[in-house]
Design a binder for this molecule. Sequence first.
Ligand SMILES: [Zn+2]
Length: 278
Amino acid sequence: MIALLRRAGLVCALGAALAACGTAQPQRRTPPAPVSAPPPAPPTLAPGPAGLTPVFEHGPRSRGRTVALTFDADMTAGQGARAAAGERFDHPQLISTLRALRVPATVFMTGRWAEEYPDQARSIGRDPRFEVANHSYSHYAYTRDCYGLPTVPRKLMRSDVERAYAAFRKAGVRAPMPYFRFPGGCYDRRALRALTPTGVTAVQWDVVGGDAFETDADVVVRQVLDGVRPGSVVVLHCTRSAAPATERAVRAIVPALRGRGFRFVKVSELIGTVGGRR
Ligand SMILES: [Zn+2]
C-alpha cells in the first residue's frame, strides 16, 4: 500500500505540469485484495451462573486420548530489576524442544513477560503450533493469600487482563486467545465477576507438573505421567530460572505419553470438544 501511494505520488508529481494535482487521479485500478476467510473465533465456554466468567479445568474423559500441555510464562511486574541483573524468565530452549518434538502447546503469558521478551512473544504468537493465552499483566494475585503474591485490587482486575492483551499486541502476537489463567490459580466469585466484561474463559488444570523450582526432571516426569488422563490439562512453566528441569522433563514426557496413545492438543481444541461456543 505504501508503494502504491508512493507511485501515485510520483504520477502526481510528473503530471503536475499538465494538470492540477489532486483533481487528476491516476487512472489505475487498485488490484482486488486477496480473498481469505477470517479465522474462526476460538471456542469459549458459556458464562457460568449469574454471568460469571466460566472456568475450564479439563476436557472430556471419554472422547479420545488427548492431553494439553500448558506453559505459564511467568514474570511479575516487580521483577524488571532482576531481569536487568541477568535472571532469565524466558526459556527459548523449551520452545525449541516443543517445536522439534512437534508438540502443540498453549502458553499462558504475562504481559510483563511479553514486554521483556517481545521477539520471543512474537515468535511464539505467530507459530501455528502454539497459542498464546493471558496470564495477567502483573502476575499479581486475584485473591488474598495466594502464595505470597501481591494482590490486584478488584477494580483493577479487568485492566490488568486488558493490559496484558495490549502488551501482546505491541509485541506482535497475532490473535491471542480469550483464555485467562489466574496467577497462582487463585480465584473466587469476586474475581470471576470482575472479569466477566472481558469475555475470557478462565483455564485451570487437573494435572500439576510440579516443576516450579524443581531441579530433578524425573520428579516432574513421574508427577505428570501419574496424573494424566484423557482430556487432561497439565500446568508447567516456561521460565528458566523458576523451572530449571522442565525442558528435560518434556523430552521424556512427550514420547512416554505418545507411547500410551495420547495426542497433544491445544487448550482451544479441548474447549471446543466440550461444546465451547464459537
Ligand atoms: Zn504463573
